[in-house]
Write a protein that binds this ligand. Sequence first.
Ligand code: DGL
Length: 264
Amino acid sequence: MDNRPIGFLDSGVGGLTVVRELMRQLPHEEVVYIGDSARAPYGPRPAQEIKKYTWELVRFLLTKDVKMIVFACNTATAVAWEEVKEKLDIPVLGVILPGSSAAIKSTVSGNIGVIGTPMTIASNIYEKKIKDLSPQMTVNSLACPKFVPIVESNEIQSSVAKKIVYESLAPLAGKVDTLVLGCTHYPLLRNIIQNVMGPHVKLIDSGAECVRDISVLLNYFEINRSRNIDNKKHCFYTTANIASFKEIADSWLPVTVKVEHVRL
Ligand code: DGL
């Protein structure tokens, strides 16, 4: 038993899609979340800069005495997860391996699509992981740099969002039966993405898939939070505007959250 919170990090609001799934699957756990919206998007930035920012988020979470850190960000996972995992003595989880395994499980044709930020796609990490696990798979990867800004500015319902998603995904049309949402911001655009890809394409939410791994690790290390403690104090921190973070968090999560501003 370990009643300390689980720490989540993301470049902004995208990791809330992972937290939502955590609250559904593991409702007893307590959350500390840090979103670096002031510096989002991370995707177009150089690897060294993303690594530096990710370490700042990790150090912040460590000051909150977390029992585990979840990289609820594919871009940070692609660039910094290996290094951070080696250096910390608490479990550190990323979203890419769980997303890759789920895609392999889902595909029938063996043609998997992956969409992500420019850094995630340039790193080729999904293709490597998928082919490591199952060499006969074909992977079509596509960077969608315009998606994160739409989500961060909460324009997900706009006609501009529909147009951008439609145009961006055109190169994948008819080529895949499974599409990995390789960025935790993208599930917020899920309905539009599904409409564009068609009902026969299975969407894989890499963040949601990672919650199963969180559960496995909590059980393995016997660090679940006690079911007898009722008062959970989730803490959400943003490096940018509290009001816009809160608007997205409140509409996306099953609870109303308290958000604080933090300067890293
Ligand atoms: N949610 C982050 C991811 O999963 C978005 C990164 C960005 O800010 O570009 O990759």
